[in-house]
Design a protein around this ligand. Structure first.
Ligand code: C2E
Ligand code: MG
Ligand code: MG
Length: 561
Protein backbone atom coordinates (compact mmCIF):
# COMPACT_ATOMS: atom_id res chain seq x y z
CA UNK A 1 0.00 0.00 0.00
CA UNK A 2 1.27 3.62 -0.72
CA UNK A 3 2.34 5.40 2.59
CA UNK A 4 3.54 8.77 1.05
CA UNK A 5 2.01 11.73 2.99
CA UNK A 6 3.54 14.72 0.94
CA UNK A 7 6.20 15.84 3.64
CA UNK A 8 9.94 16.23 2.58
CA UNK A 9 11.91 13.10 3.10
CA UNK A 10 13.70 12.82 6.53
CA UNK A 11 17.13 12.47 4.99
CA UNK A 12 16.98 16.01 3.45
CA UNK A 13 16.05 17.70 6.70
CA UNK A 14 19.16 16.33 8.50
CA UNK A 15 21.45 18.84 6.51
CA UNK A 16 20.16 21.82 8.61
CA UNK A 17 21.20 20.37 11.99
CA UNK A 18 24.49 22.49 12.19
CA UNK A 19 22.53 25.44 13.93
CA UNK A 20 22.39 25.98 17.68
CA UNK A 21 21.74 23.25 20.09
CA UNK A 22 18.59 25.10 21.01
CA UNK A 23 17.85 25.30 17.58
CA UNK A 24 18.94 21.87 17.20
CA UNK A 25 16.88 20.88 20.06
CA UNK A 26 14.07 22.95 18.85
CA UNK A 27 14.75 21.65 15.58
CA UNK A 28 14.97 18.25 17.02
CA UNK A 29 11.78 18.89 18.86
CA UNK A 30 10.26 20.35 15.88
CA UNK A 31 11.70 17.55 14.02
CA UNK A 32 10.42 15.20 16.62
CA UNK A 33 7.12 16.98 16.58
CA UNK A 34 7.19 16.94 12.89
CA UNK A 35 8.26 13.45 12.93
CA UNK A 36 5.63 12.59 15.46
CA UNK A 37 3.11 14.57 13.47
CA UNK A 38 4.30 12.94 10.33
CA UNK A 39 4.21 9.66 11.95
CA UNK A 40 0.83 10.37 13.32
CA UNK A 41 -0.14 11.60 9.97
CA UNK A 42 1.40 8.61 8.46
CA UNK A 43 -0.21 6.47 11.06
CA UNK A 44 -3.42 8.25 10.42
CA UNK A 45 -2.91 7.81 6.78
CA UNK A 46 -2.03 4.29 7.36
CA UNK A 47 -5.10 3.83 9.43
CA UNK A 48 -7.03 5.66 6.81
CA UNK A 49 -5.55 3.63 4.10
CA UNK A 50 -6.08 0.45 5.97
CA UNK A 51 -9.58 1.62 6.85
CA UNK A 52 -10.07 2.41 3.24
CA UNK A 53 -8.57 -0.83 2.30
CA UNK A 54 -10.72 -2.56 4.84
CA UNK A 55 -13.71 -0.68 3.53
CA UNK A 56 -12.72 -1.62 0.04
CA UNK A 57 -12.27 -5.17 1.18
CA UNK A 58 -15.58 -5.07 2.89
CA UNK A 59 -17.08 -3.53 -0.18
CA UNK A 60 -15.50 -6.15 -2.28
CA UNK A 61 -16.69 -8.84 0.05
CA UNK A 62 -20.04 -7.20 0.14
CA UNK A 63 -20.06 -7.03 -3.61
CA UNK A 64 -18.93 -10.61 -3.79
CA UNK A 65 -21.59 -11.58 -1.33
CA UNK A 66 -24.16 -9.67 -3.30
CA UNK A 67 -22.90 -11.16 -6.45
CA UNK A 68 -23.06 -14.53 -4.89
CA UNK A 69 -26.48 -13.79 -3.56
CA UNK A 70 -27.49 -12.61 -6.96
CA UNK A 71 -26.15 -15.65 -8.73
CA UNK A 72 -27.75 -17.72 -6.06
CA UNK A 73 -30.97 -15.87 -6.61
CA UNK A 74 -30.60 -16.29 -10.30
CA UNK A 75 -29.92 -19.87 -9.78
CA UNK A 76 -32.89 -20.07 -7.49
CA UNK A 77 -35.00 -18.28 -9.97
CA UNK A 78 -33.79 -20.47 -12.79
CA UNK A 79 -34.27 -23.52 -10.68
CA UNK A 80 -37.72 -22.32 -9.67
CA UNK A 81 -38.61 -21.62 -13.26
CA UNK A 82 -37.23 -24.95 -14.22
CA UNK A 83 -39.18 -26.54 -11.36
CA UNK A 84 -42.31 -24.74 -12.38
CA UNK A 85 -41.86 -25.81 -15.96
CA UNK A 86 -41.25 -29.35 -14.78
CA UNK A 87 -44.28 -29.16 -12.52
CA UNK A 88 -46.41 -27.89 -15.37
CA UNK A 89 -45.09 -30.63 -17.60
CA UNK A 90 -45.81 -33.24 -14.97
CA UNK A 91 -49.22 -31.72 -14.38
CA UNK A 92 -50.02 -31.80 -18.06
CA UNK A 93 -48.71 -35.35 -18.30
CA UNK A 94 -50.73 -36.25 -15.25
CA UNK A 95 -53.82 -34.65 -16.73
CA UNK A 96 -53.27 -36.53 -19.90
CA UNK A 97 -52.84 -39.71 -17.88
CA UNK A 98 -55.94 -38.97 -15.90
CA UNK A 99 -57.90 -38.38 -19.08
CA UNK A 100 -56.49 -41.57 -20.44
CA UNK A 101 -57.27 -43.38 -17.24
CA UNK A 102 -60.77 -41.96 -17.19
CA UNK A 103 -61.25 -42.99 -20.75
CA UNK A 104 -59.82 -46.41 -20.02
CA UNK A 105 -62.01 -46.59 -16.98
CA UNK A 106 -65.07 -45.69 -19.00
CA UNK A 107 -64.11 -48.35 -21.52
CA UNK A 108 -63.46 -50.70 -18.67
CA UNK A 109 -66.93 -50.10 -17.27
CA UNK A 110 -68.47 -50.61 -20.68
CA UNK A 111 -66.21 -53.57 -21.27
CA UNK A 112 -67.07 -54.98 -17.87
CA UNK A 113 -70.76 -54.62 -18.59
CA UNK A 114 -70.23 -56.13 -22.03
CA UNK A 115 -68.14 -58.92 -20.59
CA UNK A 116 -70.82 -59.68 -18.03
CA UNK A 117 -73.51 -59.81 -20.70
CA UNK A 118 -71.22 -61.95 -22.80
CA UNK A 119 -70.50 -64.24 -19.88
CA UNK A 120 -74.21 -64.67 -19.35
CA UNK A 121 -74.73 -65.39 -23.04
CA UNK A 122 -71.82 -67.82 -22.99
CA UNK A 123 -73.19 -69.44 -19.86
CA UNK A 124 -76.64 -69.74 -21.42
CA UNK A 125 -75.11 -71.07 -24.65
CA UNK A 126 -73.04 -73.50 -22.59
CA UNK A 127 -76.09 -74.68 -20.72
CA UNK A 128 -78.03 -74.95 -23.97
CA UNK A 129 -75.19 -76.83 -25.61
CA UNK A 130 -74.95 -79.10 -22.61
CA UNK A 131 -78.67 -79.76 -22.88
CA UNK A 132 -78.47 -80.27 -26.64
CA UNK A 133 -75.53 -82.60 -26.24
CA UNK A 134 -77.60 -84.74 -23.93
CA UNK A 135 -81.04 -84.56 -25.52
CA UNK A 136 -82.62 -85.55 -28.76
CA UNK A 137 -83.58 -82.45 -30.74
CA UNK A 138 -86.79 -83.97 -32.08
CA UNK A 139 -88.42 -85.63 -29.07
CA UNK A 140 -86.53 -83.79 -26.32
CA UNK A 141 -85.87 -87.16 -24.71
CA UNK A 142 -82.39 -87.97 -23.36
CA UNK A 143 -80.11 -89.09 -26.18
CA UNK A 144 -77.64 -91.96 -26.26
CA UNK A 145 -74.95 -90.02 -24.36
CA UNK A 146 -77.21 -89.19 -21.42
CA UNK A 147 -78.67 -92.69 -21.47
CA UNK A 148 -75.19 -94.19 -21.19
CA UNK A 149 -74.44 -91.93 -18.21
CA UNK A 150 -77.66 -92.88 -16.47
CA UNK A 151 -77.14 -96.52 -17.32
CA UNK A 152 -73.66 -96.49 -15.78
CA UNK A 153 -75.13 -94.89 -12.65
CA UNK A 154 -78.01 -97.37 -12.47
CA UNK A 155 -75.62 -100.29 -12.89
CA UNK A 156 -73.44 -98.99 -10.05
CA UNK A 157 -76.52 -98.65 -7.82
CA UNK A 158 -77.90 -102.07 -8.77
CA UNK A 159 -74.53 -103.66 -8.14
CA UNK A 160 -74.31 -102.08 -4.68
CA UNK A 161 -77.87 -102.93 -3.76
CA UNK A 162 -77.77 -106.35 -5.44
CA UNK A 163 -80.92 -105.39 -7.36
CA UNK A 164 -81.90 -105.95 -10.97
CA UNK A 165 -82.62 -103.55 -13.77
CA UNK A 166 -83.81 -103.82 -17.37
CA UNK A 167 -82.92 -102.26 -20.69
CA UNK A 168 -85.67 -102.19 -23.32
CA UNK A 169 -84.73 -101.66 -26.95
CA UNK A 170 -87.77 -100.46 -28.89
CA UNK A 171 -87.96 -100.32 -32.66
CA UNK A 172 -91.14 -99.07 -34.29
CA UNK A 173 -92.83 -101.41 -36.73
CA UNK A 174 -93.73 -99.97 -40.12
CA UNK A 175 -92.35 -96.55 -39.29
CA UNK A 176 -90.51 -96.42 -42.59
CA UNK A 177 -93.73 -97.02 -44.48
CA UNK A 178 -95.40 -94.06 -42.73
CA UNK A 179 -92.35 -91.88 -43.21
CA UNK A 180 -92.14 -92.71 -46.90
CA UNK A 181 -95.85 -92.46 -47.63
CA UNK A 182 -96.94 -89.55 -45.41
CA UNK A 183 -93.71 -87.59 -45.50
CA UNK A 184 -90.94 -86.80 -43.05
CA UNK A 185 -92.86 -84.03 -41.30
CA UNK A 186 -95.58 -86.51 -40.32
CA UNK A 187 -92.87 -89.03 -39.44
CA UNK A 188 -91.35 -86.48 -37.04
CA UNK A 189 -94.74 -85.82 -35.42
CA UNK A 190 -95.17 -89.54 -35.00
CA UNK A 191 -91.80 -89.92 -33.27
CA UNK A 192 -92.67 -87.05 -30.92
CA UNK A 193 -95.99 -88.70 -30.04
CA UNK A 194 -94.24 -92.01 -29.40
CA UNK A 195 -91.80 -90.22 -27.06
CA UNK A 196 -94.69 -88.70 -25.08
CA UNK A 197 -96.49 -92.03 -24.88
CA UNK A 198 -93.41 -93.80 -23.56
CA UNK A 199 -93.07 -91.18 -20.83
CA UNK A 200 -96.74 -91.51 -19.90
CA UNK A 201 -96.22 -95.20 -19.10
CA UNK A 202 -92.88 -94.95 -17.27
CA UNK A 203 -92.07 -94.03 -13.68
CA UNK A 204 -90.12 -90.86 -12.97
CA UNK A 205 -87.06 -92.94 -12.02
CA UNK A 206 -87.00 -94.63 -15.45
CA UNK A 207 -85.37 -93.15 -18.54
CA UNK A 208 -86.80 -93.13 -22.05
CA UNK A 209 -84.24 -92.13 -24.66
CA UNK A 210 -84.17 -91.87 -28.43
CA UNK A 211 -81.24 -93.48 -30.16
CA UNK A 212 -81.99 -92.01 -33.55
CA UNK A 213 -84.30 -93.09 -36.34
CA UNK A 214 -87.28 -94.97 -34.94
CA UNK A 215 -85.29 -96.56 -32.12
CA UNK A 216 -85.87 -95.85 -28.46
CA UNK A 217 -84.14 -97.30 -25.43
CA UNK A 218 -85.83 -97.42 -22.05
CA UNK A 219 -83.98 -97.97 -18.81
CA UNK A 220 -85.98 -99.45 -15.95
CA UNK A 221 -83.92 -98.85 -12.85
CA UNK A 222 -84.56 -101.26 -10.01
CA UNK A 223 -87.12 -103.84 -11.13
CA UNK A 224 -88.36 -106.70 -8.98
CA UNK A 225 -88.41 -109.46 -11.59
CA UNK A 226 -89.02 -110.34 -15.23
CA UNK A 227 -92.77 -110.35 -14.71
CA UNK A 228 -92.74 -106.72 -13.65
CA UNK A 229 -90.70 -105.90 -16.76
CA UNK A 230 -92.97 -107.81 -19.11
CA UNK A 231 -96.03 -106.09 -17.64
CA UNK A 232 -94.48 -102.73 -18.33
CA UNK A 233 -93.41 -103.87 -21.82
CA UNK A 234 -97.05 -104.85 -22.45
CA UNK A 235 -98.17 -101.38 -21.48
CA UNK A 236 -95.54 -99.82 -23.75
CA UNK A 237 -96.67 -101.98 -26.71
CA UNK A 238 -100.28 -100.99 -26.13
CA UNK A 239 -99.41 -97.30 -25.83
CA UNK A 240 -97.39 -97.37 -29.07
CA UNK A 241 -100.09 -99.26 -30.98
CA UNK A 242 -102.89 -96.75 -30.23
CA UNK A 243 -103.84 -95.01 -33.50
CA UNK A 244 -102.13 -91.67 -34.21
CA UNK A 245 -103.92 -88.63 -35.60
CA UNK A 246 -101.29 -86.79 -37.61
CA UNK A 247 -102.01 -83.89 -39.88
CA UNK A 248 -105.50 -85.15 -40.73
CA UNK A 249 -104.32 -88.73 -41.22
CA UNK A 250 -104.79 -91.72 -38.97
CA UNK A 251 -101.67 -93.85 -38.71
CA UNK A 252 -101.16 -97.24 -37.10
CA UNK A 253 -97.78 -98.48 -36.02
CA UNK A 254 -96.44 -100.94 -33.52
CA UNK A 255 -93.29 -101.41 -31.56
CA UNK A 256 -91.10 -104.48 -31.14
CA UNK A 257 -89.26 -104.55 -27.83
CA UNK A 258 -86.10 -106.46 -26.97
CA UNK A 259 -85.28 -106.75 -23.28
CA UNK A 260 -82.04 -107.42 -21.48
CA UNK A 261 -81.71 -107.71 -17.70
CA UNK A 262 -78.89 -106.71 -15.41
CA UNK A 263 -76.89 -108.67 -14.31
CA UNK A 264 -78.05 -111.83 -16.17
CA UNK A 265 -77.70 -110.54 -19.74
CA UNK A 266 -74.79 -108.16 -19.27
CA UNK A 267 -72.92 -106.31 -16.59
CA UNK A 268 -72.06 -103.17 -18.54
CA UNK A 269 -74.11 -100.64 -20.46
CA UNK A 270 -72.81 -101.59 -23.90
CA UNK A 271 -73.56 -105.29 -23.50
CA UNK A 272 -77.02 -104.65 -22.06
CA UNK A 273 -77.97 -102.39 -24.95
CA UNK A 274 -76.47 -104.72 -27.55
CA UNK A 275 -78.32 -107.75 -26.19
CA UNK A 276 -81.60 -105.84 -25.92
CA UNK A 277 -81.04 -104.86 -29.57
CA UNK A 278 -80.39 -108.51 -30.52
CA UNK A 279 -83.63 -109.55 -28.81
CA UNK A 280 -85.52 -106.77 -30.62
CA UNK A 281 -84.00 -107.79 -33.94
CA UNK A 282 -85.03 -111.36 -33.30
CA UNK A 283 -88.55 -110.20 -32.44
CA UNK A 284 -88.86 -108.26 -35.68
CA UNK A 285 -88.90 -111.54 -37.55
CA UNK A 286 -90.89 -113.57 -35.10
CA UNK A 287 -93.99 -111.43 -34.77
CA UNK A 288 -94.03 -107.73 -34.32
CA UNK A 289 -95.58 -105.42 -31.75
CA UNK A 290 -94.45 -107.72 -28.96
CA UNK A 291 -91.60 -107.92 -26.49
CA UNK A 292 -88.80 -110.48 -26.32
CA UNK A 293 -86.38 -111.26 -23.52
CA UNK A 294 -82.82 -111.76 -24.69
CA UNK A 295 -81.55 -115.33 -25.05
CA UNK A 296 -77.94 -116.12 -26.00
CA UNK A 297 -78.93 -118.13 -29.09
CA UNK A 298 -80.52 -115.01 -30.59
CA UNK A 299 -77.03 -113.68 -31.31
CA UNK A 300 -76.46 -116.25 -34.02
CA UNK A 301 -79.57 -115.15 -35.86
CA UNK A 302 -78.46 -111.53 -35.73
CA UNK A 303 -75.04 -112.30 -37.15
CA UNK A 304 -76.60 -114.37 -39.90
CA UNK A 305 -78.90 -111.51 -40.85
CA UNK A 306 -76.05 -109.08 -41.10
CA UNK A 307 -74.23 -111.42 -43.39
CA UNK A 308 -77.36 -111.88 -45.49
CA UNK A 309 -77.67 -108.13 -45.93
CA UNK A 310 -74.12 -107.84 -47.24
CA UNK A 311 -74.67 -110.84 -49.51
CA UNK A 312 -77.89 -109.37 -50.92
CA UNK A 313 -76.02 -106.27 -52.07
CA UNK A 314 -73.61 -108.47 -53.94
CA UNK A 315 -76.39 -110.69 -55.32
CA UNK A 316 -78.11 -107.72 -56.90
CA UNK A 317 -74.87 -106.50 -58.43
CA UNK A 318 -73.68 -109.86 -59.71
CA UNK A 319 -77.07 -111.13 -60.90
CA UNK A 320 -77.51 -114.06 -58.53
CA UNK A 321 -81.30 -113.73 -58.65
CA UNK A 322 -83.66 -115.66 -60.87
CA UNK A 323 -87.43 -115.90 -61.24
CA UNK A 324 -89.37 -119.13 -61.07
CA UNK A 325 -92.93 -119.39 -62.30
CA UNK A 326 -95.65 -121.39 -60.59
CA UNK A 327 -98.68 -121.97 -62.78
CA UNK A 328 -102.16 -120.92 -61.74
CA UNK A 329 -104.92 -123.23 -62.92
CA UNK A 330 -108.57 -122.74 -63.79
CA UNK A 331 -110.20 -125.25 -61.45
CA UNK A 332 -113.12 -126.10 -63.69
CA UNK A 333 -111.20 -126.35 -67.00
CA UNK A 334 -107.73 -127.32 -65.75
CA UNK A 335 -106.14 -124.78 -68.08
CA UNK A 336 -103.21 -122.64 -67.08
CA UNK A 337 -104.46 -119.10 -66.56
CA UNK A 338 -101.13 -117.61 -65.66
CA UNK A 339 -98.34 -117.90 -63.13
CA UNK A 340 -96.89 -116.38 -60.01
CA UNK A 341 -93.33 -115.16 -60.41
CA UNK A 342 -91.31 -116.18 -57.36
CA UNK A 343 -87.86 -114.90 -56.58
CA UNK A 344 -85.01 -117.37 -56.27
CA UNK A 345 -81.53 -116.65 -55.02
CA UNK A 346 -78.67 -119.02 -55.59
CA UNK A 347 -75.98 -118.02 -53.14
CA UNK A 348 -72.46 -118.93 -54.34
CA UNK A 349 -71.70 -120.80 -51.10
CA UNK A 350 -75.07 -121.55 -49.51
CA UNK A 351 -76.89 -122.58 -52.70
CA UNK A 352 -80.60 -121.81 -52.95
CA UNK A 353 -81.76 -119.45 -50.22
CA UNK A 354 -85.51 -119.43 -49.44
CA UNK A 355 -87.35 -116.13 -49.95
CA UNK A 356 -88.70 -116.41 -46.42
CA UNK A 357 -85.11 -116.05 -45.22
CA UNK A 358 -83.89 -113.20 -47.36
CA UNK A 359 -86.97 -111.13 -48.24
CA UNK A 360 -87.58 -109.91 -44.67
CA UNK A 361 -83.91 -108.90 -44.51
CA UNK A 362 -84.19 -107.10 -47.83
CA UNK A 363 -87.31 -105.33 -46.53
CA UNK A 364 -85.49 -104.29 -43.39
CA UNK A 365 -82.52 -102.77 -45.11
CA UNK A 366 -84.54 -101.24 -47.94
CA UNK A 367 -82.90 -103.41 -50.58
CA UNK A 368 -86.30 -104.82 -51.41
CA UNK A 369 -86.97 -101.70 -53.50
CA UNK A 370 -84.18 -102.27 -56.07
CA UNK A 371 -84.71 -106.03 -55.84
CA UNK A 372 -88.45 -105.57 -56.46
CA UNK A 373 -87.68 -103.39 -59.47
CA UNK A 374 -85.46 -106.11 -60.83
CA UNK A 375 -88.28 -108.68 -60.33
CA UNK A 376 -90.87 -106.52 -62.07
CA UNK A 377 -88.63 -105.79 -65.02
CA UNK A 378 -87.47 -109.39 -65.35
CA UNK A 379 -91.05 -110.73 -65.24
CA UNK A 380 -92.31 -108.22 -67.83
CA UNK A 381 -89.38 -108.90 -70.16
CA UNK A 382 -89.93 -112.65 -69.81
CA UNK A 383 -93.65 -112.41 -70.63
CA UNK A 384 -92.76 -110.34 -73.69
CA UNK A 385 -90.18 -112.88 -74.79
CA UNK A 386 -92.72 -115.69 -74.44
CA UNK A 387 -95.26 -113.74 -76.38
CA UNK A 388 -92.69 -113.08 -79.07
CA UNK A 389 -92.23 -116.83 -79.53
CA UNK A 390 -95.99 -117.40 -79.67
CA UNK A 391 -96.54 -118.57 -76.10
CA UNK A 392 -99.35 -117.23 -73.96
CA UNK A 393 -98.41 -117.28 -70.29
CA UNK A 394 -101.73 -115.65 -69.35
CA UNK A 395 -101.56 -113.26 -66.42
CA UNK A 396 -98.28 -113.29 -64.53
CA UNK A 397 -98.39 -112.19 -60.89
CA UNK A 398 -95.55 -110.41 -59.15
CA UNK A 399 -95.29 -109.94 -55.36
CA UNK A 400 -94.98 -106.37 -54.21
CA UNK A 401 -93.66 -105.74 -50.71
CA UNK A 402 -94.95 -103.06 -48.38
CA UNK A 403 -91.95 -100.84 -48.84
CA UNK A 404 -92.07 -100.96 -52.62
CA UNK A 405 -95.79 -100.25 -52.65
CA UNK A 406 -95.28 -97.10 -50.57
CA UNK A 407 -92.13 -95.89 -52.27
CA UNK A 408 -92.55 -92.62 -54.13
CA UNK A 409 -92.27 -93.20 -57.82
CA UNK A 410 -93.40 -96.83 -57.68
CA UNK A 411 -96.17 -96.25 -60.20
CA UNK A 412 -93.87 -94.24 -62.48
CA UNK A 413 -91.27 -97.00 -62.40
CA UNK A 414 -93.99 -99.51 -63.25
CA UNK A 415 -95.12 -97.43 -66.23
CA UNK A 416 -91.53 -97.20 -67.45
CA UNK A 417 -91.03 -100.96 -67.18
CA UNK A 418 -94.28 -101.66 -69.01
CA UNK A 419 -93.28 -99.26 -71.76
CA UNK A 420 -89.81 -100.75 -72.04
CA UNK A 421 -91.07 -104.31 -72.28
CA UNK A 422 -93.97 -103.35 -74.53
CA UNK A 423 -96.25 -105.40 -72.32
CA UNK A 424 -100.03 -105.06 -72.08
CA UNK A 425 -100.68 -103.93 -68.48
CA UNK A 426 -103.55 -106.40 -68.27
CA UNK A 427 -101.03 -109.28 -68.51
CA UNK A 428 -99.45 -108.22 -65.23
CA UNK A 429 -100.92 -108.84 -61.80
CA UNK A 430 -99.59 -107.25 -58.62
CA UNK A 431 -99.94 -109.19 -55.37
CA UNK A 432 -100.13 -107.06 -52.26
CA UNK A 433 -100.79 -108.44 -48.79
CA UNK A 434 -103.87 -107.19 -46.98
CA UNK A 435 -101.70 -106.02 -44.09
CA UNK A 436 -100.00 -103.55 -46.40
CA UNK A 437 -103.31 -102.25 -47.70
CA UNK A 438 -105.01 -101.91 -44.33
CA UNK A 439 -102.15 -100.11 -42.64
CA UNK A 440 -103.02 -96.83 -44.22
CA UNK A 441 -106.26 -97.46 -46.06
CA UNK A 442 -106.61 -93.91 -47.42
CA UNK A 443 -103.18 -93.84 -49.04
CA UNK A 444 -103.53 -97.44 -50.21
CA UNK A 445 -106.78 -96.69 -52.01
CA UNK A 446 -105.15 -93.81 -53.85
CA UNK A 447 -102.18 -95.92 -54.98
CA UNK A 448 -104.49 -98.77 -55.99
CA UNK A 449 -106.61 -96.41 -58.08
CA UNK A 450 -103.50 -95.18 -59.86
CA UNK A 451 -102.40 -98.74 -60.54
CA UNK A 452 -105.87 -99.51 -61.83
CA UNK A 453 -105.60 -96.57 -64.20
CA UNK A 454 -102.38 -98.02 -65.54
CA UNK A 455 -104.41 -101.15 -66.26
CA UNK A 456 -102.66 -103.84 -64.22
CA UNK A 457 -104.59 -106.55 -62.33
CA UNK A 458 -104.65 -106.21 -58.54
CA UNK A 459 -104.63 -109.12 -56.08
CA UNK A 460 -104.72 -109.42 -52.31
CA UNK A 461 -102.13 -112.02 -51.30
CA UNK A 462 -102.29 -114.30 -48.23
CA UNK A 463 -105.90 -113.29 -47.73
CA UNK A 464 -107.26 -114.12 -44.29
CA UNK A 465 -103.99 -113.80 -42.39
CA UNK A 466 -104.22 -110.10 -41.76
CA UNK A 467 -107.11 -108.04 -40.61
CA UNK A 468 -109.34 -106.58 -43.27
CA UNK A 469 -112.77 -105.19 -43.04
CA UNK A 470 -115.32 -105.86 -45.69
CA UNK A 471 -116.09 -102.20 -46.10
CA UNK A 472 -112.47 -101.51 -47.09
CA UNK A 473 -112.33 -104.52 -49.39
CA UNK A 474 -115.33 -103.10 -51.11
CA UNK A 475 -113.67 -99.73 -51.52
CA UNK A 476 -110.41 -101.06 -52.95
CA UNK A 477 -110.40 -101.81 -56.69
CA UNK A 478 -109.30 -105.42 -56.13
CA UNK A 479 -109.64 -108.06 -58.86
CA UNK A 480 -108.31 -111.18 -57.16
CA UNK A 481 -108.35 -112.68 -53.64
CA UNK A 482 -105.66 -115.26 -52.94
CA UNK A 483 -106.71 -117.46 -50.01
CA UNK A 484 -103.72 -118.12 -47.81
CA UNK A 485 -102.39 -121.68 -47.90
CA UNK A 486 -102.87 -122.09 -44.13
CA UNK A 487 -106.67 -122.19 -44.70
CA UNK A 488 -106.36 -124.49 -47.67
CA UNK A 489 -104.24 -126.88 -45.59
CA UNK A 490 -107.04 -127.20 -43.05
CA UNK A 491 -109.50 -128.45 -45.63
CA UNK A 492 -110.63 -132.01 -44.91
CA UNK A 493 -108.48 -132.58 -41.86
CA UNK A 494 -111.50 -132.45 -39.62
CA UNK A 495 -115.20 -132.13 -40.20
CA UNK A 496 -116.18 -128.49 -40.23
CA UNK A 497 -112.82 -127.40 -41.55
CA UNK A 498 -112.79 -125.42 -44.72
CA UNK A 499 -115.52 -123.20 -43.42
CA UNK A 500 -113.30 -120.16 -43.79
CA UNK A 501 -112.29 -121.12 -47.32
CA UNK A 502 -115.95 -121.59 -48.21
CA UNK A 503 -116.84 -118.22 -46.72
CA UNK A 504 -114.02 -116.41 -48.48
CA UNK A 505 -114.95 -117.96 -51.82
CA UNK A 506 -118.56 -116.87 -51.34
CA UNK A 507 -117.54 -113.39 -50.28
CA UNK A 508 -115.11 -112.97 -53.16
CA UNK A 509 -117.63 -113.99 -55.77
CA UNK A 510 -120.28 -111.74 -54.27
CA UNK A 511 -117.82 -108.81 -54.58
CA UNK A 512 -117.10 -109.81 -58.18
CA UNK A 513 -113.53 -110.89 -57.44
CA UNK A 514 -111.77 -113.96 -58.70
CA UNK A 515 -110.76 -116.28 -55.88
CA UNK A 516 -107.49 -118.22 -56.03
CA UNK A 517 -106.59 -120.95 -53.53
CA UNK A 518 -102.89 -121.12 -52.70
CA UNK A 519 -100.93 -124.19 -51.59
CA UNK A 520 -103.16 -126.83 -53.10
CA UNK A 521 -101.32 -130.09 -52.49
CA UNK A 522 -103.99 -132.76 -52.32
CA UNK A 523 -106.79 -134.00 -54.52
CA UNK A 524 -109.21 -133.72 -51.58
CA UNK A 525 -108.47 -130.03 -51.31
CA UNK A 526 -108.97 -129.64 -55.04
CA UNK A 527 -112.34 -131.39 -54.83
CA UNK A 528 -113.47 -129.21 -51.97
CA UNK A 529 -112.43 -126.06 -53.85
CA UNK A 530 -114.17 -127.19 -57.02
CA UNK A 531 -117.30 -127.99 -55.06
CA UNK A 532 -117.27 -124.47 -53.63
CA UNK A 533 -116.74 -122.91 -57.04
CA UNK A 534 -113.33 -121.54 -56.31
CA UNK A 535 -112.09 -120.00 -59.54
CA UNK A 536 -108.43 -120.92 -59.56
CA UNK A 537 -105.81 -122.90 -57.69
CA UNK A 538 -102.06 -122.85 -57.29
CA UNK A 539 -99.95 -125.46 -55.57
CA UNK A 540 -97.66 -128.43 -55.74
CA UNK A 541 -100.57 -130.58 -56.84
CA UNK A 542 -100.43 -128.78 -60.21
CA UNK A 543 -96.77 -127.81 -60.34
CA UNK A 544 -93.93 -126.53 -58.24
CA UNK A 545 -92.51 -123.13 -59.19
CA UNK A 546 -90.38 -123.72 -62.31
CA UNK A 547 -87.54 -121.90 -64.00
CA UNK A 548 -88.66 -119.96 -67.09
CA UNK A 549 -87.78 -122.74 -69.62
CA UNK A 550 -89.66 -125.30 -67.49
CA UNK A 551 -92.73 -123.11 -67.34
CA UNK A 552 -92.51 -122.51 -71.10
CA UNK A 553 -92.42 -126.26 -71.63
CA UNK A 554 -95.49 -126.59 -69.43
CA UNK A 555 -97.27 -123.93 -71.46
CA UNK A 556 -96.56 -125.89 -74.64
CA UNK A 557 -97.70 -129.27 -73.41
CA UNK A 558 -100.35 -128.22 -70.86
CA UNK A 559 -100.98 -129.83 -67.49
CA UNK A 560 -101.99 -133.50 -67.26
CA UNK A 561 -104.88 -133.25 -64.86
P1 C2E B 1 -96.42 -116.11 -51.57
O1 C2E B 1 -96.52 -114.91 -52.40
O2 C2E B 1 -97.60 -116.44 -50.76
O3 C2E B 1 -95.99 -117.27 -52.48
C1 C2E B 1 -96.45 -118.55 -52.36
C2 C2E B 1 -95.45 -119.39 -51.67
O4 C2E B 1 -96.00 -120.66 -51.47
C3 C2E B 1 -94.19 -119.62 -52.50
O5 C2E B 1 -93.13 -119.77 -51.60
C4 C2E B 1 -94.47 -120.96 -53.15
O6 C2E B 1 -93.33 -121.66 -53.54
C5 C2E B 1 -95.17 -121.65 -52.03
N1 C2E B 1 -96.03 -122.70 -52.51
C6 C2E B 1 -96.64 -122.82 -53.69
N2 C2E B 1 -97.39 -123.95 -53.74
C7 C2E B 1 -97.22 -124.57 -52.55
C8 C2E B 1 -97.74 -125.78 -51.99
O7 C2E B 1 -98.50 -126.54 -52.58
N3 C2E B 1 -97.34 -126.08 -50.70
C9 C2E B 1 -96.50 -125.30 -50.03
N4 C2E B 1 -96.18 -125.67 -48.81
N5 C2E B 1 -96.00 -124.15 -50.53
C10 C2E B 1 -96.37 -123.78 -51.77
P2 C2E B 1 -91.79 -119.07 -51.85
O8 C2E B 1 -91.44 -119.06 -53.27
O9 C2E B 1 -90.83 -119.67 -50.89
O10 C2E B 1 -92.08 -117.58 -51.43
C11 C2E B 1 -92.42 -117.26 -50.15
C12 C2E B 1 -92.89 -115.87 -50.07
O11 C2E B 1 -91.84 -114.99 -50.40
C13 C2E B 1 -93.97 -115.52 -51.03
O12 C2E B 1 -95.20 -115.94 -50.54
C14 C2E B 1 -93.86 -114.05 -51.12
O13 C2E B 1 -94.50 -113.46 -50.04
C15 C2E B 1 -92.39 -113.87 -50.97
N6 C2E B 1 -91.81 -113.64 -52.32
C16 C2E B 1 -91.42 -114.54 -53.23
N7 C2E B 1 -90.95 -113.90 -54.30
C17 C2E B 1 -91.06 -112.59 -54.07
C18 C2E B 1 -90.75 -111.43 -54.83
O14 C2E B 1 -90.29 -111.45 -55.97
N8 C2E B 1 -90.98 -110.21 -54.23
C19 C2E B 1 -91.51 -110.14 -52.99
N9 C2E B 1 -91.71 -108.93 -52.47
N10 C2E B 1 -91.84 -111.20 -52.27
C20 C2E B 1 -91.62 -112.44 -52.82
MG1 MG C 1 -97.63 -114.19 -53.63
MG1 MG D 1 -99.36 -115.96 -50.76
Amino acid sequence: MNTNTGDPPVTERRSGEHGSAHDRRATDRARAVMLAGGERQLARRETLVSAREQAADRHDADLQQREQALTLRHKHLAARKQGEREARRIKRALERHIIKLRRANAHLVIATLGAQAMMETVQRAKEHMGYMAHHDFLTDLPNRILLMERLALAIAMASRQQSRMAVLFIDLDRFKVINDSLGHAVGDLLLQSVGRRLLSVLRASDTASRQGGDEFVVLLADVANERAVSELADKLCLAIAEPYQLGGETAHIGGTIGISMYPDDGEDAETLIRNADVAMYYGKHSGRNRWYFYRPEMNLRAVERQRTEADLHRALKLGEFELHYQPRVNLSSGAITGAEALLRWSHPELGAVAPARFIPVAEDCGLIVPIGQWVLREACMQISRWKQVGLDPGIVAVNISALEFRTDGFTDALRAILAESGLEPACLELEITEGVLMRDAGASAAILRELKEIGVVLAIDDFGTGYSSLSYLNRFPIDVLKIDQSFVREINTEPGDGIIVGAVIAMGSSLGQRVVAEGVEEAAQLNFLRAHHCDEGQGYLFSRPLPAPGFAALLRQGLDN
